[in-house]
Write a protein that binds this ligand. Structure first.
Ligand SMILES: Nc1nc2c(c(=O)[nH]1)N[C@H]1C(S)=C(S)[C@@H](COP(=O)(O)O)O[C@H]1N2
Ligand SMILES: [Mo]
Length: 178
């Protein structure tokens, strides 16, 4: 075998090895922050850090044919099927700390690793049908999510689903306006 050919094989082998190492490493972390768990913090009795495994222990909700629509009405993608946990289920587990007359001030912030943020009010989630449609997804099309993070939050009944579709979710914070 010619020397140059050997070199070529060596380089090819190195590339294959590199690719294999990458595939077994932790999921890709855009913006350098880990997205392999979701924390629930702030005005709660039990702050939580939830991994994929933890999330699978909660009651699951599923659905089909969800279109992610941008502000101009453009369809960004269609999820043929999805599976996840209601945000209200997670918040009930963490236990929001509230006095009765403070409910109107309370809000829930959902952030991705890139700090893309969306929010819900306590009344949206717990005093309106909307609450039954806000889901932290961990599966899309029958598979664990990979391209948009391990976790994606979405309100499936929004007119324009894009803006409150948060990819790479890693934080949920509960707070109240002063
Ligand atoms: N973490 C994160 N989530 C995000 C965004 C983002 O920049 N970061 N873009 C939003 C926007 S503007 C839209 S329309 C939808 C779909 O965007 P995509 O086509 O980039 O997936 O995701 C939303 N979720
Ligand atoms: Mo968008």
């Amino acid at each position: 075998m010619k020397y140059s050919l050997k070199c070529l094989y060596a380089v090819a082998l190195l590339l294959v090895l590199c690719a294999a190492t990458r595939a077994t490493a932790t999921p890709w972390q855009p913006y350098g922050l880990p997205a392999d768990s979701v924390t629930i913090s702030g005005q709660v009795t039990h702050p939580l850090t939830l991994s994929q495994e933890h999330l699978r222990r909660f009651n699951a909700v599923t659905g089909k044919d969800l279109k992610i629509v941008g502000v101009k009405g453009d369809i960004k993608k269609t999820l043929h099927s999805w599976k996840g946990v209601l945000l209200t289920t997670l918040l009930d587990s963490a236990g929001i700390r509230l006095a009765p007359k403070e409910r109107g001030r309370c809000y829930i912030v959902v952030r991705g690793t890139d700090n893309y943020t969306t929010l819900y009010s306590w009344n949206d989630l717990f005093n309106n049908p909307t609450g039954s449609h806000v889901v932290l997804l961990y599966e899309e099309n029958g598979q664990p999510i990979t391209t948009d993070g391990p976790f994606v939050m979405v309100c499936t009944t929004d007119k324009i689903t894009g803006p409150r579709h948060v990819k790479w979710v890693n934080r949920i914070e509960v707070a109240s306006l002063p």
